[in-house]
Design a protein around this ligand. Sequence first.
Ligand SMILES: CCCCCCCC/C=C\CCCCCCCC(N)=O
Length: 546
Amino acid sequence: MAMTRFERLLGLLLRAAVRVFLAVFELFAPQRGSAEQPRLPPISSPLLRVPAIHLARQIRRKEVTSVEVVQAYIDRIQEVNPLINALVKDRFAAALQEAAQVDKLIEEETGGEDVLEDRLPLLGVPVTVKEAFALQGMPNSTGLLSRRTVISGVDAPSVALLKRAGAIPLGVTNCSELCMWLESHNHLYGITRNPYNLGRIAGGSSGGEGSIIGSGASVVGVGSDIGGSIRIPCFFNGIFGHKPTSGIVNNAGQHPPPSGQQPGFLCTGPMCRYAEDLMPMLRIMAGPAAEKLSLSAEVDLRNLRFFSVPHDGGSPLLSPVDPQLIQAQKKVVERLEADLGIKVKEVRIPQLKYSFQIWGAMMSSPGKDGKSPTTFAELMGGGKRVWPAWELFKCMLGVSPHTVAAIGLALVEMFQSSQPSQFILQQKESLQRELEELLGTDGVLLYPSHPQLAPKHHQPIFTPFNFSYTGIFNILGLPVTQCPLGLSVEGLPLGLQLVAGKLQDRLPLATALYLEKAFGGWRDPGDRAHTAENTLNTPKSSSNAT
Ligand SMILES: CCCCCCCC/C=C\CCCCCCCC(N)=O
């Protein structure tokens, strides 16, 4: 399915227009580059370098107390949060009290370590939660000024399961307005910054989680993803994230609630600094549904079939994939082939070029009951539709309660048809068939997490469609793990998506564990040695150079 001349011309024109906009943006951007940005201090406490499941074991064995672990995380949050603005409401006093109760319980437990591990696998371990989820006693505004007084009375089911496993929430983290943008910015809490470069975005919509975990101030967290909101911030902040197979983790208790066909696309999942924590987090968050995933079945990577797709085939709406990301993906292919003695097959999937159109069409389609999804303008108005043009006018005067991105989305929505074109539906069906056949029960696909490295603040306004690299897998319902792959020349995280067939979540999770060993996984953003190391062997980005 080669591109027509018209599509090629359209692509050239669009890219030229984006370049002009970006050049103007560069001139006026408040952040002039990494040299002027303050940097995060390096991590000093060794407790902050331990995966959650090992922390839990050390706490159970009384090698460390839960109070010590929780205090170490509180100290780190207090050190970095003024720089990154990721945690928007804390519950430190309650967390320390809960940690003291955990230490007492362990002191008094007579059944032995195994009993505690079975019943309370995360006992005493701190977690953070995206503010869009209900966490009892914490705000649940999803960045909407009009919801600033909403306080959760109960926990969302996924949060309740983590608490029941013994985890101790430290507070809630920032997100984009109504969870529908690539940057975590709203007029209630402000803008969240990237720990690797404060002038760059932390991603969205779970950007507060990405940034707090990436900066070493949380070890595991809860995110949600309907277009990439777990994977994009995990990629930009150099951590691991898993979007489970659709329907596995309960999505209830988050705002906004999905409508139309969206419940089938929204996924709740774990965001983690260490690959080892992904599977236990998923097992806990999925509850009884985890059984469908056979997570305990052993995975031998040598028996898997790997495929590599280097880009989406050239949609004119999206940025080309950054050369450093292409090179990182090639290195993964080389390592897999050398270490496992397998052949990774490079494939081209032409339908991926229509990822944005497919995502947009499916997100606005009516549900099985024939009802159309709630419009974004209605969600912005808390049930009463806002008028986007009026909000835009207010925004120009600096008096709108909404962000430019949210207003832009509401404007675009006005021109979107609720009847998707037959051509796009056919592309979706054939893509679904092709990928399911390709991946079966033993295939893993390598695909870029995003075409660009973490952009400067507000830049996604010029490149809004780039999220389609992640969004397409929400529509297809496939499990995807975002895996960090070290840092770029500029010191920004590199990464990759690992995609598998439905219910085969254990395959990308096992591959992420291997890649963490091979490529070093998460890096401390305060440790400058990493950047120097990377400068020696990686070409500079074309699209993101500062
Ligand atoms: C200010 C310009 C706005 C232009 C809007 C162009 C349309 C782009 C459409 C959708 C962007 C949605 C981004 C979704 C990011 C992740 C969402 C999620 N919760 O998973």
